[in-house]
Each structure stands twice: as C-alpha cells, then as structure tokens.
Design a protein around this ligand. Structure first.
Ligand code: ATP
Length: 749
C-alpha cells in the first residue's frame, strides 16, 4: 500500500549530499561528545543527528520507545567496543525493532530498499495528514532517508559492525543472507526450522507399506473413512500426518479438521496397539490450542467426534480412553511462569508426550512455537491444525501461513503418491503432484471440501470470493438483494447518524428482517434453525430468570452456562480499536442503546449484563487472554438486617473442558474490556452463531484480505456485514498481510 505524504526531497538531497554512498557520505563521528549539532534534517550526518531524528519519530508515535531505545543501545554497545557506529546502523536497528512490533520476524533488506514506504508503513496512517501552513516542515521519513541507500551499503555497514553477525556470534543483530533480525527472533526461527527438519528426517515404520504399522494404518483408515467415488482429502491428510513426525493439516471453516484429527488419533492408536515394538502400549497424546477460547471450542466439538468413532471395528484394541478429549491451552501445557517468558517444560524438562496436536495453529507466534518445539521430546510427533488463510498471530511471525504456502498445489512426489495409493487406495490428482516436492511438502495436507456450509451458502461464497480476491459488485449486489439465506448486507451510505442508528438496532435485535425470509425456515442437519439474534437475546434471559437467594448454586451455574451460550449467539466484530467504527466507539454506542432500551441498568463501569473480554493471562485467577465472562447481580450476600444484598460477580466458563462456572468478583479482574464489540484479531479461535462485521468508512493498513476472511468465517450460521463504504471493503480484500520471515527458506531452501 503506498502512502501519500508531503515529500521533502530537497532535504534528502542535503542528507546524502552528492554522494551516491550514504555510508561514505557520513562524516566521522565526534567522539568527544561535542560533535556537530544534532539536526533531524541531516540524520546521516552523525549518530547524534540520527538519534535525534529517532526521538522525533517516537514523539510523533511513528516508532515505539522500545525501537529508539534498542537503536541507542546498539550505538552504546558499538561505542563501548571502540567503534564509531554508522548512523545507518542505528537507523536499521530502530527499523528492525519497529518491524518486529508490527508482526514481522525480520526485515528483508531488498524489500526495505525497494519500497521502504510500503515495507515500514511509516509514518503510520493516522499521522499522514498534510502539514498545515506555518508549521515546521514535516519530519524526514524513513523511505526518504533510504531512497539512495543500497543493499551493498547496508551489508557493508552491518558487516563491519560488532553489533551484527551472521548468527555465528552472540550479537544483538543478525544478518542472515539479506534478512536482518533481532537475535532473539532469528533464534526462534532457527529452533523451529531445526525442530521440523529433525522430525521430517526421522524414518517412519509406516514408510514400508508391507510393515505391520503401515498395514494397520491402512485398515484403520478403511474403517474410519467410508469408501466413495471422490478423493477423500481427510483420509489423505490422516495418512500423511500418521507417516510424518511433523505434519500440518489446513482447511477452511467446516472442512473437518476436528473430525480428521480425531480419526487420525484413532488410527495412530490402532497402529500403536498393533505395533509389535510397542507391545500394546498406546501413545501419550495431548491436545492444545493457543487461547482458552480456542481450547474450549475444540473441547466442545471433540467429545462428540470421539464418541462417534467405530472403535470396536478398529485394529489394535483402541478404547475411548486412548483418545483424549481434554484440550488445554499451550501456556498451561508448557507451564507458564508469571512475569517470565520461560516455561517449566523446555529442552531440559520435556513434556511427557508422544503426540502433540495444536489446533488453531495460525495464532501461534514464533516465540511460542519455538517454546513448543523446545519442550517436545525429540521423538515426539507434532501435528498442527489451522486455517492458513486466517489472520496471522498477534505477535511476530506467520508460522502456519508459511508452512502452508505451497499447500494449494500440494507438490506430492511420485513416492508419496504411490504410498498414499497403497495405504488409502486413493489416486492423488495430477494437479497435486510434483516430483520436485520437498520433504516439507509431503507433510502438509489441505482439506478442500466444506461439510458445514452447503454449496449455496453465502458465508462460504463470500469467504471464497474474499480469499481469491473475487469480491465483485455482482456478488455484493446478490448478497444485498437477499439471495443468500445466511447473509445480510447492511449499508447506510454516507449519513453517519443513520449508520450509527442502524448498527444500534442491529446489535440489539440482530435484524432478522434483513435476512432472506426473515431468517425463518432454515434447517441444519434436519433441525430447524432459529432466526438470527442480537444482544437482546442473552440480556432477556438474564433479566427474566426466576432464581433467588434460596436457589442452589447449581441452578445459578446452569443459568450462567445458558446466558454465556446465548451471548455467543451474536457478536459484533470490527477491524479497529479506535474511532467511531472501532471497538471503543461501538462498545459505547451499543451500551447506550441497550441502556436506552432498559436492557442494562447503566452503560459504564460494572453492571449486571456487562460482557467482558479478558485481555491478558491471569494465572492466579486461571483466566486466559480471550476468555469471555458475563456480569451477574447475585443475591448471595446479606446486609446487616439479614436481607439479600445484590452483589456483582462475573461468570466465566472453565476452559478445561468441564462445564464448571467460575464466579469472580469484578474487583479482582485486572485486564479486561467490555465486549459488545470485539476486534477481528481477538475473535480468532472463536465462532458465533451470528457475526456482524463492521468495517470503517476509510481504508487503513489494518484492513486486509485476511482480516475480512477471518471476520466472515467467525460466523457459524448467520453473517451480517456493515460496510458504510463498499469500496473500502473491496480495497481491503485487495490488501494482503505479508510478514517478513526466513522460516520458509529455512525449510524449502
Ligand atoms: N467427512 C465428513 N462427512 C460428513 N460430515 C463431516 C465430515 N467431516 C466433517 N463433517 C461435519 O462437518 C462439520 C464440521 O466439521 P469439523 O468440526 O470437523 O470441521 P472443522 O474444520 O474443525 O471446523 P472449524 O471451522 O470449526 O474449525 C461437523 O458437523 C462434522 O460432523
């Protein structure tokens, strides 16, 4: 995305003089500390000028204090080693730190110098207003500074600096080929790549199709997957994942990732049971997800899938107990310690596990993935599940996306295709074959058929169109005219007040009238589906219950479970945090609407009905980032005269797979926010019966194809879209998240 800001090319030509070599143009630093007056218009003049410019960028919120401090630290370290650090080195240090803050693992120097404006997104969108008259000239921008800098200069400056190395020394900066890293992030990638490569190299007893293990796998898969005419990609995925110590299964919503993994675990336990070497010993399997919410969702679906397994027909004497149904968060599994990035389980103290399955792996950043790899015994099998098209992790990296970047065309070799035919009986389509496919390609499987959404589902059609950048006017017009039974497009045009009213009413009631046939008459698996709802639904249940001070705790727990389930029937999602179309503006707007309709007693502070989202892990309370609770007014306490006194408590579901409710006093909750509106980022790993996606009326760098796709696919049965300006929607879909990283190169070469 290009940014339009006033240019000050004359300043840049001053910076770099008539030299084409910025580094060469840099005058020597004055080591007395009384060097040239620091001047932000001449940032390459000396380190002081560069630091001063970084301070100005920080003041303008272009970069974080951390970015400037890191750059200053690099300068200090260099000077302590007797070097005169080049201003370009200080600039690159600040920029690589800035990029990590934006989710990149490194800076690709070629991309940086090719298009610094797009690569760095600096200045940030909100700071791009033209400079008013009589104001001091705008600050030099990084892209202007880098305009005449070459890769050779960067390589030269970094190569000569004691603060940087190729990773062979313990330097804070690492230059690996053309990618500049903060050392910590370079190590994460190395550890992940090593862990994956090591697993891919390990021989599998199933590779030999005549082995007991391979024959058992084949027979188990034949039992688990009924024969059909089409290629069953779930069966292929199971076979590939069973063969490899590392495997990835990716697929869109409802393509059967959970179903596949349950079948896979059953097949693996059958193999363990039949394997002569294991003497009946089954695998120790753990299931985990990055957030409490994602863990709870998998918990909900996995139990049912396990109970439907034809265990008695499987070889290897597999029992229900052999397939775990409890899903934990990765942080709990690894044993997180308060205020520490270190986990209890690590290389020296690995997990007792043979197979680890991680669901919603797109949310796992490089730091956490490296910790997972460290904590796994070298022989343990790692299986990642997720949707490669979703938003990447909030923190740095896009591990799943990178691992799946070749998943569409698969690249299965003849050897893999022959093995799959022998184990599953299926012929891999020619379009998925490639004799140059790498070991990594053979470990990735993509599920290609949606079982949740039928062919005509608007949610599915919109999501596919977004993914393929085919969201055109004809499709939007069709959706607007109510051609899809599960999609409603609510547009209010340029009148903001009207738009706000429309969102308010929608949030309250879910506007079933905007849907085809008022949302009535739909059947899901033969069962009638109630029309879409808004927040009135859960608030009415909270208001109309008949419990009192004498009601047993179990009844309150049951009510809380029901209210929490009702709350998950609707969720407003938005792209931004700030502004009228962001979380903050929409939370206020919706709370005031609900107050006006007397559904809540107040719109600020704590009150019965307030839904809250936990925004940071609280190990003491056992709450995880992403957990959602609803505030209740409970008659449990008594006043001096012995009368019931209403007390506020927040009900949270347990995230350990049990249906326990935890009642927590608001005063104990530290990091949270009201959640009538939630960012799409926060909604990852969750699904809602009805999702309303609100897009702002201005394009911003946050609005990307991945964000829109993730927003749409959070909807289980109903999706409503509020896009004040549909061109913003179309332009968002054209923007992609590309995160710089070297993981793919480390694995594919
Ligand atoms: N092979 C299949 N045949 C028929 N129905 C299936 C098949 N696989 C999955 N389903 C059904 O499709 C629905 C979605 O399956 P599942 O929950 O496994 O998908 P998922 O990819 O894990 O979904 P999510 O998007 O929630 O992560 C479930 O109702 C499941 O029973």
């Amino acid at each position: 995305m290009s940014r339009r800001t006033p240019t000050h090319d004359h300043q840049i030509s001053l910076d770099l003089g008539d030299s084409t070599n910025a580094a060469a143009a840099t005058p020597p630093s004055d080591t007395t500390g009384h060097g040239p007056t620091a001047d932000t218009t001449r940032p390459f003049a000396d380190p002081d000028s560069m630091e001063k410019l970084l301070a100005s960028w920080q003041e303008q919120d272009w970069i974080r204090p951390l970015d400037r401090e890191f750059a200053c630290l690099i300068r200090t370290l260099s000077e302590e080693q007797g070097e005169h650090p080049e201003p370009l080195l200080i600039l690159l240090a600040a920029l690589v730190s800035h990029q990590v803050g934006r989710g990149h693992v490194c800076i690709d120097l070629e991309a940086l110098l090719g298009n610094a404006g797009e690569t760095l997104s600096l200045p940030p969108e909100e700071a791009t207003a033209p400079t008013p008259p009589n104001q001091p000239p705008a600050l030099p921008r990084p892209d202007q500074l880098l305009e005449r800098v070459s890769q050779d200069q960067c390589q030269g400056v970094l190569g000569a600096a004691c603060a940087a190395s190729n990773g062979g020394q313990a330097t804070p900066l690492v230059l690996d080929n053309n990618r500049l890293y903060l050392r910590r992030f370079w190590r994460y990638e190395q550890r992940i790549a090593e862990g994956i490569r090591h697993r891919l190299e390990q021989p599998s007893p199933m590779a030999d199709t005549t082995s007991v293990e391979a024959r058992t796998l084949s027979s188990a898969l034949a039992t688990l997957f009924p024969a059909g005419d089409e290629v069953d990609f779930q069966k292929l995925a199971c076979a590939l994942a069973a063969r490899n110590r590392f495997a990835v299964i990716t697929g869109g919503p409802g393509t059967g990732k959970t179903t596949t993994v349950v079948n896979l675990l059953a097949a693996l336990q059958a193999v363990a049971g039949a394997s002569p070497g294991r003497r009946g010993r089954k695998f120790r399997i753990r299931l985990a997800a990055p957030t409490g919410k994602a863990a709870a969702r998998l918990n909900e679906s996995i139990g049912g899938a396990v109970s439907r397994l034809p265990l008695a027909e499987l070889p290897g004497h597999v029992s229900q107990d052999d397939i775990p149904t409890r899903v934990t968060t990765l942080h709990r599994l690894l044993g997180s310690r308060p205020d520490s990035r270190q986990f209890r389980h690590n290389r020296d103290h690995p997990l007792l596990v043979d197979i680890l399955v991680i669901d919603e792996a797109s949310m796992v950043d490089v730091d956490l993935m490296a910790s997972v790899i460290d904590a796994l015994p070298a022989s343990a099998q790692l299986i990642l599940l997720g949707d490669r098209d979703q938003l990447a992790s909030v923190d740095a990296g896009a591990v799943l996306g990178e691992l799946c970047q070749r998943a569409g065309a698969a690249h299965y070799t003849a050897e893999t295709a022959d093995w799959l035919r022998s184990i599953t009986g299926a012929q891999v389509p020619d379009s998925l074959r490639d004799d140059n496919g790498s070991a990594m390609d053979q470990a990735v499987a993509m599920l290609r058929k949606s079982y949740r959404f039928h062919q005509d589902s608007g949610i599915r059609i919109l999501a596919d169109a977004v993914n393929t950048n085919a969201l055109d006017e004809a499709l939007l017009a069709k959706a607007r005219q109510g051609a899809f039974e599960d999609v409603a497009i609510l547009s209010a045009g340029p009148d903001r007040e009207h738009a706000r009213n429309q969102i308010c009413h929608h949030a309250e009631a879910g506007t079933p009238t905007a849907f085809h046939n008022n949302g009535e008459g739909r059947l899901i698996n033969g069962q009638p589906l109630p029309p879409p709802v808004g927040y009135h639904h859960y608030l009415a249940r909270l208001r109309d219950h008949a419990l009192d001070a004498d009601s047993p705790l179990a009844d309150w727990d049951a009510l809380a479970r029901q209210v929490l389930a009702d709350f998950s029937d609707f969720q407003v999602l938005c792209a931004l945090r700030k502004g009228p179309w962001g979380v903050e503006g929409l939370n206020d707007l919706i709370a005031n609407q609900l107050l006006e309709r007397k559904l809540i007693p107040r719109a600020e502070g704590w009150y019965a009905g307030r839904p809250v989202l936990v925004t940071g892990n609280d190990y003491n309370l056992g709450l995880m980032n992403g957990d959602i609770g609803i505030t209740f007014s409970l008659p449990w306490d008594r006043d001096e005269s012995g009368q019931p006194k209403p007390t506020l408590r927040v009900a949270f579901p347990a995230s350990d797979g049990t249906d326990t409710i935890r009642w927590i006093s608001p005063s104990r909750l530290q990091q949270l926010e009201t959640v009538y509106a939630m960012t799409v980022h926060k909604s990852q790993g969750s699904e809602f019966t009805h999702t309303c996606l609100v897009l702002p009326d201005r394009l911003s760098p946050v609005l990307t194809r991945e964000l829109v796709y993730t927003g749409i696919t959070r909807a289980r049965h109903w999706f409503s879209l509020f896009a004040g300006d549909e061109t913003v929607l179309k332009e968002s879909v054209a923007q992609r998240v590309v995160r710089a990283s070297g993981l793919a190169e480390g694995l594919w070469g």
